[in-house]
Design a protein around this ligand. Structure first.
Ligand code: DGJ
Length: 730
């Protein structure tokens, strides 16, 4: 069993494929965290926990007789506030009397095969033979809060997932003010904090820093996981690189406000808690009601950051994404957004599609601007019926014609939004999130629908279904282009207003679930002005997400690198766009743009009709090549060889198929310098196999490519790329 309970010592030991996680029940039924790290054989390591030092100023609970315990300094499994643990706390409950001291103690536990679903929330899933779950049932006898801590251990993956359930066992209501999903206390033996910060069109910048004493918080309170901070943090050992050292990853399966507090205390212990951001959150439970936190996925590697990423990629591909497209190569698409923006009609769209079909593209996506009276971003969100001025005769004739070209057809929606200039707003001005009496702050001229309201969700389901039923639509791009402000509605009681951001998420997830159940063949692509909601929760519904609104090939190297720290290539939309690039103004070759976009879910986003004959030949070849590489790129193992975190001048990465018979290497020179060395030491290959490089016809053994490396016998210009496709000839 990967989860052991030692009756005698009251030690729990949770073993994933590479890690052990240990805690003990000590005096007073306190749950004392002991160890998380590389796998160990012994289950009783309680000797490690008993000698926490404190200077006598720490509160000592009256139950302590044998052990030297204070909540102030000891490691906690799920820290509560008010009894002497003054660090950042995972749980805080306000009772009806108004006090917030919270103190949970172990009561009982259950260990069973498999993994339960979290009601109404997205989460990873597992068969009974893949995972084992521990439910640790605890009680705060004063408030009557029963807290169940869930731990699922994936036996063959270095993964442990966590979430919590809080149930009101008393007859009086109480309010949850903080309910984090995970809490880990680790001695700081020399860690750096890694996180992915960003902004619109520059998401997922990799940042690595030594934690300072005090709390540093990586968080969003924008109502979405956000461009600014991805819901992910890692602690990595000082020596950690892509290939060596320890990495503890924490990834939050949630698309709303989140927080990860990383607190280095005065005894050099790091507490890391992750969960729903307590700012703008509370949840009131009446007797017998319960609340579930979303899931945190903890991945552990003792072989570097690269191995941690591969663990996330595998888990998210196999145990998070769902539906028909989960393991399939995705259709090469063309999207009209950067080709036409709002200015199109059915003739223009058909022209692009016709050209696309001739070049080998497989799906045409009609982006924003097809509905209501939408000629710019000032109106019509919510009016999800066809603008017949642009598309005469409606959708079906256009879709039929595009299908007749051999292309699938996809469509853009931004379901969660409403334009104040729209028929929907005229009919239902109260459907947006708002505080009556306060001015409504617009962003991109739009407001946000209140997804917590059933009538809103029903409207969206009906109106979207009507569109989907009206023609052969095989793809949806689900966009979300503004954060939430003036969060409130006239429905929830005053004491429940802070429930709205989470109720919004629950409503969104319900609608997504309803739609994917009703339209299982439709491929969903998430989007939030690019990567504003690139998180594991969205991957539960949409196996691919538009990575960034910045389509510049060189900017994309960093964005895709940062995103790949957690998310697999199969989840990252990546398109070739026009030059000069619309965001960065940079000019790169069509080859470079194609080579970089091929490290994700590949497509084009430009006016294909404007290509020269020579460019058309390049595109045809790119599509043939991508279809050859896609299986390896989307579902293989990624090894980041030269990363933007280490070098501003060049980058290299390789995808290796799980059987190691195939690989796709990309090498980019960003800025050339005199006598620059162009040597790439491959990774992840089978050392014993011989590989043929399709592009050069050369053959090398894996051990040679990995140890000696490949020396490119040429000079490179700025922005020049090479892609090598390797096939084993043994
Ligand atoms: C933001 C998206 O990220 C773009 O790709 C495009 O769909 C626009 N919205 C359309 O308004």
């Amino acid at each position: 069993m990967p989860i052991y309970f030692n009756e005698e010592t009251k030690a729990f030991k949770l073993d994933s494929s590479k890690s052990s996680y240990v805690f003990n029940i000590i005096e007073g039924n306190i749950i004392q965290h002991i160890y998380y790290g590389s796998k160990i054989a012994k289950s009783d390591i309680s000797y490690f926990a008993v000698a926490e030092k404190h200077g006598g100023v720490c509160p000592i609970p009256s139950f302590v007789t044998k052990q030297y315990y204070s909540a102030d300094v000891n490691k906690s499994e799920y820290s509560c506030c008010g009894t002497g643990d003054f660090r950042t706390n995972a749980l805080q409950i306000r009772t009806i009397k108004g006090n917030i001291t919270t103190d949970i103690r172990y009561v009982s536990h259950k260990i069973y095969k498999g993994k339960p679903q979290i009601p109404a929330l997205p989460s990873t899933y597992a068969d009974d033979n893949e995972a084992t779950t521990l439910e640790l049932i605890c009680l705060d006898s004063y408030s009557g809060a029963e807290v169940t801590l869930f731990y699922t251990v994936y036996e063959n993956q270095p993964i442990i997932t966590r979430h919590a359930k809080i149930r009101n066992m008393s007859s009086e209501r109480f309010t949850i003010e903080r309910a984090f999903s995970s809490c880990v206390d680790i001695d700081d033996t020399g860690f750096d904090l890694v996180h992915l910060w960003g902004k619109w069109a520059k998401e997922c910048n990799f940042e690595r820093r030594e934690p300072i004493h005090g709390i540093q918080t990586i968080a969003s309170k924008r109502g979405c996981s956000s461009h600014m901070h991805n819901p992910f943090v890692a602690l990595v050992s000082k020596d950690a690189t892509e290939t060596v050292g320890q990495a503890y990853g924490f990834s939050f399966v949630y698309s709303g406000n989140f927080a990860a507090d990383i607190e280095k205390d005065n005894n050099d212990c790091i507490r890391l808690i992750m969960g729903i951001n307590p700012v703008d959150f509370s949840w009131t439970l009446d007797a017998d009601e319960e609340f579930y936190t979303p899931e945190v996925v903890m991945a552990y590697s003792d072989c570097g950051i690269g191995e941690m990423s591969r663990a996330y990629h595998k888990l998210y591909r196999n145990n998070l994404c769902r539906g028909e497209w989960k393991q399939k190569n995705r259709p090469v698409l063309v999207n009209n957004w950067e080709a036409t923006y709002f200015k199109f009609d059915e003739i223009k769209l058909y022209d692009i599609a016709k050209e696309a079909a001739e070049l080998g593209v497989e799906m045409f996506i009609m982006d924003d601007g097809w509905f209501g009276k939408r000629d710019n971003d000032k109106s019509s969100l919510g009016d999800w019926f066809v603008n017949e001025k642009k598309l005469q005769g409606g959708l079906a004739p256009l879709v039929d014609k595009i299908n007749a070209l051999g292309l699938k057809f996809g469509i853009w929606f931004e379901p969660e939004m409403i334009s104040p200039i729209s028929e929907l707003y005229e009919a239902h001005p109260d459907w947006c999130i708002h505080i009556t009496g306060r001015e409504k702050t617009k962003s991109r001229n739009q407001l946000v629908l209140d997804m917590s309201r059933k009538e809103v969700r029903d409207y969206l389901f009906d109106v979207m279904s009507a569109v989907l039923d009206s023609a052969n639509i095989e793809y949806i791009k689900w966009d979300f282009n503004r954060p939430l402000t003036e969060i409130g509605n006239d429905i929830l009681l005053p004491e429940r207003q802070k429930e709205l951001p989470h109720r919004y998420m629950l409503g969104l997830y319900e609608l997504l679930e309803r739609l994917i159940k009703a339209y299982p063949h439709v491929l969903l692509e998430g989007c939030a002005s690019g990567g504003g909601r690139f998180d594991p929760a969205m991957l539960y519904y949409s196996p691919q997400i538009w990575t960034s609104d910045d389509t510049d090939a060189i900017e994309r190297i960093g964005i895709q690198f940062g995103t790949s720290i957690v998310y697999p290539a199969s989840s990252m939309g990546a398109h070739v766009s026009a030059v000069p690039n619309h965001q960065a103004g940079r000019i790169t070759s069509l080859k470079t743009r194609g080579d970089i976009a091929m490290s994700g879910v590949f497509g084009y986003e430009l006016d294909l009709c404007k290509f020269t004959d020579e460019e058309k030949e390049i595109v045809k070849k790119q599509i043939i090549d991508y279809k050859k590489y896609a299986g390896t790129v989307l579902y293989g193992d990624l090894y980041r060889i030269i990363t933007p975190a280490e070098s501003k001048d060049k980058a290299a990465w390789i995808y290796v198929s799980p059987d190691k018979k195939e690989a796709v290497l990309t090498y980019v020179v960003i800025r050339t310098t005199i006598y620059m060395l162009h040597i790439v030491k491959f990774q992840g290959l089978d050392p014993m196999r011989n590989y043929c490089i399709e592009q050069t016809g050369e053959t090398f053994r894996g051990d040679v490519l990995m140890n000696v490396g490949y020396k490119f016998p040429k000079r490179f210009n700025d922005y020049e790329t090479v892609v090598f496709h390797l096939t084993s000839i043994d």
